[in-house]
Design a protein around this ligand. Structure first.
Ligand code: HEM
Length: 148
């Protein structure tokens, strides 16, 4: 299970990052040029949500199977003093869950907005904050960019 899910979680990260950048780019372009909120904007947001929720599910499964997490759980006090262990045990999962929640709330706020310019504005803010949180807590230095 772990050997299968880890590479998938690793790879879907790129899909998430591409979808987030695309949705943010469309929101920025829509806001600055005053274009209507189109079907393509909606599709961009749907792709972002799909990748975010996939990562959430894969990550939750990983958390229970990961040897790194199990080792950290065996001595939580010690793990919290170690930067790398603390990241995998607590910071990465927590911040990612918050980021996905913000992106999800953003999608709902966008749907509720009446004016197209507000839809673009809300997409920009919520998806932007979500992306920044994700980027800040990906274990960049301790894990490979691809895992096949
Ligand atoms: C958009 C959301 C997320 C992104 C982009 C993301 C990205 C990543 C990446 C790139 C890795 C390194 C994978 C590797 O070592 O090859 C990783 C590891 C991990 N992620 Fe996530 N993740 C996300 C959400 C989550 C969530 C919500 C959880 C748990 C609730 C989680 C739990 C883990 C765990 C436990 C590991 C370490 C596995 C190990 O090394 O044994 N992730 N994540």
């Amino acid at each position: 299970m772990y050997q299968f899910i880890l590479p998938v979680h690793n790879f879907v990260r790129w899909f998430f990052l591409a979808a987030a950048l695309y949705a943010i780019y469309r929101a920025f372009k829509g806001k600055t040029s005053g274009t209507p909120y189109s079907k393509d904007d909606k599709t961009a947001a749907t792709l972002l949500l799909a990748s975010a929720h996939s990562q959430l599910l894969l990550g939750l499964i990983l958390w229970f199977y990961s040897p790194t997490v199990q080792l950290a759980l065996a001595n939580v006090g010690l793990a919290m003093k170690d930067k790398a262990s603390r990241l995998i045990l607590l910071e990465h999962p927590l911040l990612m869950i918050i980021a996905v929640a913000i992106i999800q709330i953003g999608k709902i706020k966008v749907k509720k907005a009446y004016a197209d310019s507000d839809k673009h504005q809300r997409s920009l803010v919520y998806y932007g904050i979500g992306l920044i949180l994700v980027l800040s807590r990906i274990p960049w230095s301790s894990t490979p960019l691809f895992r096949f």
